[in-house]
Design a protein around this ligand. Structure first.
Ligand code: ZN
Length: 243
């Protein structure tokens, strides 16, 4: 089975559509949360994901829209965009978000989580020591996370120190079934690694090949929509720089 791994879409329909065009021949799409928040197209993004995603979990922005978490940790711009997103979703869409789980095991070897698989929706996993701790505790050998908007990959073999695996765009990495991995595919709708292109991965569950990919999308269309919606200008501007 070929699976598209996507995360942190953040109501950016232009970015999501550009990625989905690259994923037309995949069997499933696994979404790691934060479909909404920040951007101008929450309902369209939910529709696009509902249509294609066989597996999707909730992120902190999805829960913020539902007002199911304490939003005091959000910065003012993020909170303003969250409330704008909430105001542009009907009950049907809010119910879709409400039904999302915090973690899913789409296959026994894989767990999907937004922050970390310990049900911590807020945890940013950026360092090898965090990845080491999570992989030591994890039963599934592959942990896919989102939340940081930074594509990264860690590898932990038994009795070996944790390793950071460099991600090379377009190159298929062959995973070892005896080894554990923690992987973040990066963000579709608001990349923060200095590359403004949408970030995603393709995972083949049969031959264990994982490919990291980036795709350009019409950033100006998204920015224009954000300006018309009156969303915070800083959120629109950061899309140019991928920061
Ligand atoms: Zn996010």
């Amino acid at each position: 089975m070929r699976v598209g791994i996507v995360a942190d879409i953040h109501s950016n329909a232009e970015a999501l559509k550009s990625v989905l065009e690259r994923l037309v021949d995949t069997d499933e799409i696994w979404c790691l949360g934060d479909i909404v928040g920040y951007g101008p197209d929450p309902a369209e993004c939910i529709d696009l994901i509902r249509l294609r995603s066989h597996r999707c979990i909730a992120g902190n922005h999805d829960l913020c829209v539902l007002q199911e978490i304490d939003a005091s940790d959000f910065n003012p711009d993020a909170l303003e965009a969250c409330l704008w997103n909430k105001g542009h979703l009907s009950t049907e869409y809010l119910n879709y978000l409400r039904d999302l789980q915090l973690t899913i095991q789409p296959i026994p070897e894989v767990i999907l989580a937004h922050g970390s698989p310990r049900n911590d929706i807020w945890e940013y996993i950026l360092s090898s020591w965090q990845a080491d701790r999570i992989l030591s505790e994890s039963k599934p050998s592959i942990v896919f996370v989102g939340h940081s908007h930074i594509p990264l990959m860690f590898k932990k073999a038994a009795r070996a120190p944790i390793e950071t695996i460099p991600l090379i765009e377009g190159e298929a990495l062959s995973l070892d079934k005896e080894v554990k991995y923690l992987v973040n595919p990066g963000s579709i709708g608001q990349p923060r690694d200095g590359d403004p292109r949408a970030s995603f991965m393709i995972f083949n569950t049969d031959d264990y090949l994982l490919k990291y990919q980036r795709v350009e999308y019409p950033i100006e269309v998204t920015r224009k929509k954000m300006r018309h919606a009156g969303l915070p200008i800083s959120l629109a501007d950061r899309l140019i720089y991928g920061m």
